[in-house]
Design a protein. Structure first.
Length: 249
């Protein structure tokens, strides 16, 4: 498989492939445990952005356009079955732009985009001045919470994470939405119940980006609700892909 993708639990007979796009500072390993929480009919493949984990020696993407071009160019071998995209935070923007950039002949394979904890593209804004520089980025990440923010308290881990965060926050800062044709697959926008970075009202703005309908759902938690409400999220993902998770006995 391409350097861009990781499938931790291969399921060759799965009916749909769920491609997951990590948040800023995140990596493919964020999605390592998802397969065990989803039905066997779903295979989980995660995008591995350059500059982290086993791609630490690869230069990070200089901007969002370059990242999207690289992921899109590598994705064709994965279209051996229907696809769904899941993107969390920055990953939702990357997933949306990759969906738009798919070659015409591959677009019918995309059956759903799930945008998590991210404002719609037209509402994305650069970071406020107080979040510039390393200290500002660290404050911003700390404010979002999540397991990654706690790890930044350790100096050695912080020194490893900072270059990745700098690169990803540059992508966020320089991203500008360019109007274009809407998607033809349904969109599901998911927000954490007390995530101030993306409220339910803001998530509703994703509706303008598809001709196939948009459903907005709220799950308990903050920006990283997917860490604390994993089972609820997996049930939602499976439902949206029409493969319900069996009830626990």
């Amino acid at each position: 498989m391409s350097a861009w993708f990781r499938t931790f639990t291969p399921r060759p007979s799965a009916a749909v492939r769920l491609i997951c796009f990590p948040h800023a500072g995140g990596a493919a390993s964020s999605y390592r445990g998802w397969a065990e929480l989803l039905p066997p009919s779903v295979e989980v493949t995660a995008v591995q952005y350059p500059g982290r984990q086993d791609r630490i020696m690869t230069d990070p993407a200089p901007d969002m356009d370059a990242l999207v071009r690289s992921v899109t160019a590598a994705i064709e071998p994965l279209v051996d079955r229907p696809l769904a995209f899941f993107g969390h935070s920055m990953g939702a923007t990357v997933a949306f732009e990759v969906a738009r950039a798919l070659p015409r002949e591959l677009r019918p394979a995309l059956v759903r985009l799930i945008a998590s904890a991210r404002k719609p593209p037209h509402a994305c804004e650069p970071l406020a001045p107080e979040f510039r520089g390393d200290e500002g980025v660290l404050r911003y990440v700390a404010g979002l919470g999540g397991a990654g923010a706690a790890l930044l308290a350790h100096e050695e881990l912080r020194e490893i994470a900072l270059p990745v965060l700098r690169g990803d926050f540059h992508l966020i800062d320089t991203y500008t939405y360019r109007p274009g044709a809407p998607l033809t697959c349904p969109v599901t926008a998911v927000a954490g119940s007390f995530d101030t970075s993306c409220t339910r009202t803001q998530a509703e703005g994703w509706a303008r980006y598809t001709t196939a309908g948009c459903e907005v759902r709220v799950l308990p938690g903050g920006h990283f609700y997917l860490e604390t409400a994993a089972k609820e999220l997996m049930a939602l993902v499976a439902e949206q892909l029409d493969f319900p998770v069996p009830a626990a006995r």
